[in-house]
Ligand binder design. Structure first.
Ligand SMILES: Cc1cc2nc3c(=O)[nH]c(=O)nc-3n(C[C@H](O)[C@H](O)[C@H](O)COP(=O)(O)OP(=O)(O)OC[C@H]3O[C@@H](n4cnc5c(N)ncnc54)[C@H](O)[C@@H]3O)c2cc1C
Length: 614
């Protein structure tokens, strides 16, 4: 194979394989060791766990902390909050399970050295909002990663996992995973008794607002490439709520977060003419969603909705009124530090655009949609719930096990559980780790068998883009457009354009309908056909090719789910023009999908929503 002819195959045996060493993966690795003292626990990560995942550059707040030690909130309160924000549809069993354990996770972070701010008067953690506590987060990820590193038998950094392996003897049971080292090109075969997928959410499946040289500047991490969804989808795991993509209101051009501004600095928004506008859209929104508009706090999607309507009515831009708060030097410092701590790019954008928030009210905008399971959104895999709390219908195996035996998930991977954020994702990783240890210890019918044929076939497939490029490159003398291969960047742009125009992205103001979605699926199928012509000039490009493959499969899932749910449940995230209203009578349910890789067909079904907390 030319340049990569010397490539090695590295075999790794593990009891538990954790894929993705972000927040959830570190939690899973840490807890697996606690319960499985003698087990072989391996964590595999495409970057380096020291600074990988969505929290890579540090955060300013931990967004999920109950404060039970001070009687601030109870787990039931968090379930009610998440349910309300997601317009009634969350897996209450899973959410409760995280909420009851999340405080202990945060206490561990503090013990491991994370500086958490304290209120000087009460001595309690400094609250930014009802659920958020403020931290000095620059070293958040290295601190969490250290715990995982010490717990793991081995951490493999720089390995992009491309496919899961299935048991050759027992149907519907996972047996490991394969991937390649993005620096050396070595092929890795991981054989495992249980696999925990914690590979983050998905950016760049919809056309981003930031294009050209700014295209890497998305709100959700640009390296979140949908592996968390594609890996389970490929092997037939059921997914849920994949239509529930999230759109964020953020400071324009830098995607700087607004939470601290609203909650801590008490800033507010106004339209381009300095007017309050949310009340103006009250009746309009009520006609779409009924009394959800009267809930407190107003669901995130509905706040987006008012912004979109006001801008469409020609009264934009929407601005954050910072001029008043920033007269207070303390608030001014907090406002800037909020960005310097985690979104430095926003501070740089403001500096470069002559925006001093003390004198100019900065513009807000709504982002392109993202797919993830840990923020104000709950796309992901359909998982079995906790034994002591989940309704029978939500229990078919071990806690956080998907509908594939031995395949667990946590964080952005798991659907139905919004508002877990960094601390909740780590906590869910711990829950999955504990359950996976039990699964391994209970294993009585022999361990999974990996078929050599399967991984050798996958090896051929994985490196094919390098070969396509090597051969096809000879047909052109210059430039990047070839008659025989497609570069990952070209494929990505094509995917983003399809999703944007047909599935409710920014260019259609988040609007779609059954006709558009059906055409979108046809175009996605054509892109899928072309994926066998992917060309990769080097290992970096090979990684991009497989990230695109994962994004494409997740996009197909999003499109099928959006087509299936014939209502507009979350105005402000997306609209079904042919079903503009929320329809609780027919759609107060979860949507589930299952992909059959042999036929390429998707099956859709509904699952009931159980309200466990009153
Ligand atoms: C801009 C931004 C601001 C946020 N602000 C806050 C905040 O203030 N407070 C808060 O609590 N939370 C915040 N969050 C949310 C928080 O970061 C996420 O909830 C959390 O990181 C999700 O954990 P995860 O493990 O599922 O995903 P991640 O932490 O993203 O980890 C996924 C890991 O999988 C790896 N990976 C992906 N694909 C593969 C593959 N194919 N093979 C191997 N490895 C792979 C990735 O490199 C990564 O390390 C924010 C997120 C973003 C993007």
């Amino acid at each position: 194979m030319g340049l990569f002819g010397g490539r090695k195959t590295v075999f790794v045996d593990a009891d538990i394989l954790v894929i993705g060493g972000g927040m959830a993966g570190c939690g899973a690795t840490y807890e697996s060791r606690y319960w499985g003292r003698d087990l072989k626990i391996v964590c595999v990560e495409k970057a380096n766990i020291e600074r990988s995942g969505a929290v890579a550059q540090g955060l300013y707040a931990i967004n999920c902390y109950m404060g039970m030690q001070w009687g601030e909130n109870q787990p039931e309160d968090h379930v009610r909050y998440a349910r309300n924000d997601l317009m009634g549809l969350v897996r209450e069993d899973l959410g409760y399970d995280i909420a009851r354990h999340v405080d202990s996770t945060v206490h561990k972070f503090e013990e491991w050295g994370l500086p958490i701010m304290r209120d000087p008067k009460t001595g309690r953690y400094q609250r930014e909002g009802k659920w958020q506590i403020m931290i000095h987060g620059e070293s958040y990820k290295p601190i969490v990663a250290e715990a995982a590193r010490k717990a793991a038998t081995k951490v493999y950094n720089r390995i992009m996992v491309t496919h899961l392996l299935m048991d050759a003897k027992k149907a519907n049971r996972v047996a490991g995973a394969v991937g390649f080292n993005v620096r050396t090109g070595d092929f890795h075969v991981f054989r495992a008794k249980a696999v925990i997928v914690s590979a983050g959410g998905a950016s760049h499946i919809f056309q981003p607002r930031a294009v050209g040289e700014g295209m890497g500047r998305t709100w959700y991490a640009p390296w979140s490439s949908a592996s968390a969804y594609a890996l389970p989808i490929q092997v037939g795991a059921k997914m849920t709520q994949m239509e529930n993509r999230i759109v964020l209101t953020r400071f324009k051009d830098g995607y700087g977060p607004v939470g601290a501004y609203f909650l801590h600095l008490k800033t507010y928004t106004e339209n381009g003419y300095g007017e309050e506008y949310e009340k103006r859209w009250y009746e309009d929104t009520k006609a779409l969603v009924g009394d959800y508009i009267d809930r407190h706090p107003v669901p995130t999607c509905l706040r987006n909705h008012a912004i979109l309507k006001e801008v469409a009515a020609g009264r934009g831009p929407i601005r954050m009124v910072t001029k008043e708060a920033f007269q207070d030097p303390h608030k001014e410092t907090v406002g800037w530090e909020n960005f310097l701590g985690m979104t430095i790019g926003q501070a740089v954008v403001w500096a470069s655009q002559n925006i001093d928030p003390k004198h100019v009210n900065p513009e807000l905008t709504t982002s392109e949609p993202y797919v993830m399971g840990s923020h104000a959104t709950c796309s992901g895999a359909w998982a079995s719930g906790p034994e002591d709390y989940a309704p029978a219908e939500y229990q078919w195996g071990y806690n956080r096990m998907m509908t594939v035996d031995g395949l667990f998930g946590a964080g952005d991977t798991i659907g139905g559980t919004a508002h877990k954020f960094s601390s909740g994702s780590f906590t869910e990783g711990r829950i999955a780790g504990k359950a996976a240890v039990k699964y391994v210890n209970d294993m009585t019918n022999g361990q999974p068998q990996v078929s050599e044929q399967e991984y050798r076939d996958l090896e051929k497939l994985i490196y094919q883009p390098l070969e396509n490029y090597r051969v096809g490159r000879n047909e052109i003398v210059a430039g990047t457009v070839s008659p025989s291969y497609l570069l990952p960047i070209h494929g990505l742009q094509r995917l983003e354009k399809i999703m944007d125009e047909y599935v409710g992205g920014i260019s259609t103001n988040y609007m779609t309908n059954g006709v558009l979605l059906a055409r979108g699926l046809e175009l996605l199928a054509m892109l899928k056909e072309d994926m066998s012509h992917m060309g990769a000039e080097d290992l970096h490009s090979l990684q991009r090719a497989w990230e695109l493959d994962h994004r494409l499969l997740a996009s197909e899932s999003v499109t099928h789910h959006t087509l299936f749910r014939k209502e507009t449940r979350w105005p402000g995230y997306y609209y079904r023009g042919d079903h503009m209203k929320l329809d609780d009578e027919n759609w107060h349910c979860f949507t589930l999908s299952r992909y059959d890789r042999n036929t390429g067909k998707w099956e859709m079904e509904k699952a009931p929503v159980y309200h466990i907390v009153d």
